[in-house]
Ligand binder design. Structure first.
Ligand code: CAA
Ligand code: NAD
Length: 309
């Protein structure tokens, strides 16, 4: 009976207010899709007003492309109105405490650095309601390690979206050995409400996608560094020879060379000695480090990365 169905349904938390930390590539995309597809009340928090303005402009551009495609038969005014309605729905703030005051769910998408993420969650733990679920969008860190600085390991999980968020249909939901079933089910449901396909993974290095993708991207960079082929030819080869939508060098620029460097360094420092990742996979690339040092962090930088911006 229906009654039996409803009582046996897995418990999940009601989510209305979602706070996203980090208005960069990922945070702005996550905030956009939460507001647009999920119809959530969304607050976007970052450390500076500039970063928030940048985040809003990323949303504006993305939504304009979506409007052009989905509202092709409607007037330019109607399209602009749609874009504005979503952008305006996302509240912005540089006050982290205020941002989580009545939050049901936090999605953290700040820099890929364990210490900085832990510091943020330690701070948020005393500011957010007890029932608020904390998640990290980390690419490569252990979710359990990130969770350690807060006192809610059962209400903590990984919520790993992909770049560009409005386009990529996947979210990996990471369950640590302490994540509760209720937290897990809630996160699966938020992903579905965002019209994404969730997949589950344990707290293993790189989860599913990055465990396979990051070694590939790093090896493509080293291939160019060894002078075996040009960046352009590597990209042509993987697009035409393996049917990928983007070549690996173009994709590395797209992901952010700084983010890729952080992932590689993080794995070198914490996953090699444990035997989880082999040393040759994360061997340092001088070319990658030099580009990052020059501020050539990829598509997000005015200076570009391997390719011009
Ligand atoms: N927002 C909204 N719409 C967008 C968009 C964005 N950011 N980017 C592209 N679009 C729209 C375009 O308007 C276009 O619409 P039309 O079909 O009406 O033209 C459509 O999407 C296709 O765009 P393009 O023709 O410009 O580009 P494309 O067809 O080559 O597809 C792509 C773009 C989806 C990004 C594709 O190149 C792709 O899948 N690339 C690989 C991306 C990838 O692997 N991402 C994962 C990175 S790893 C990661 O994220 C994990 C991590 O932790 C590091
Ligand atoms: P980004 O550099 O584009 O943006 C990071 C933002 O975080 C910046 O706006 C910065 O000002 C802000 N920030 C830094 N410290 C903060 C703090 N204490 N509080 C609030 N905001 C702070 O980075 P990104 O590419 O959006 O990556 C963010 C996270 O998402 C990282 O953990 C990354 O590994 C992960 N990720 C990245 C991708 C990708 O393809 N770039 C894909 C999936 C996951």
């Amino acid at each position: 009976s229906l009654r039996a169905f409803s009582t046996s349904a897995l418990r999940q938390k009601e989510v209305e207010n979602v706070t996203v930390f980090g208005g960069g590539l990922m945070g702005s995309g996550i905030a956009q899709v939460l507001a647009h597809e999920g119809n959530y009340n969304v607050t976007l928090a970052d450390v500076t007003e500039d970063a928030l303005v940048k985040g809003k402009s990323i949303m504006q551009k993305s939504l304009t492309r979506i409007a052009k495609k989905k509202m092709a038969d409607q007037s330019a005014e109607a399209q602009e109105q749609f874009v504005k309605s979503i952008v305006d729905k996302v509240q912005t703030t540089t006050d982290a405490a205020q941002a989580v005051k009545s939050s049901d769910l936090v999605i953290e998408a700040i820099i890929e650095n364990i210490k900085i993420k832990q510091d943020l969650f330690k701070f948020l733990d005393s500011k957010a309601p007890d029932s608020c679920i904390f998640t990290t969008n980390t690419s490569s860190l252990s979710v359990k390690d990130v969770a350690q600085s807060s006192n809610r390991p059962d209400r903590f999980g990984g919520f790993h979206a992909f770049n560009p968020v409005p386009q990529m249909k996947l979210v990996e939901i990471i369950k640590t050995d302490q994540t509760s079933e209720e937290t897990f089910e809630t996160l699966m449901n938020v992903a579905r409400k965002m019209k994404k396909q969730p997949v589950a993974c344990t707290d293993a290095p790189g989860f599913i996608v990055n465990r396979l993708l990051v070694p590939y991207l790093l090896e493509a960079i080293r291939l160019v560094e060894r002078g075996e082929a040009t960046a352009e030819d590597v990209d042509i080869a993987m697009k035409l020879g393996a049917g990928h939508p983007m070549g690996p060098i173009q994709l590395a620029d797209f992901v952010g060379l700084d983010t890729l460097s952080h992932i590689s360094k993080g794995w070198r420092e914490s996953r090699v000695s444990t035997g989880e990742i082999s040393a040759d996979i994360v061997q340092e690339s001088k070319l990658l480090e030099d580009l990052v040092a020059q501020g050539r962090t990829g598509k997000k930088s005015d200076k570009g990365g391997f390719y011009p911006a």
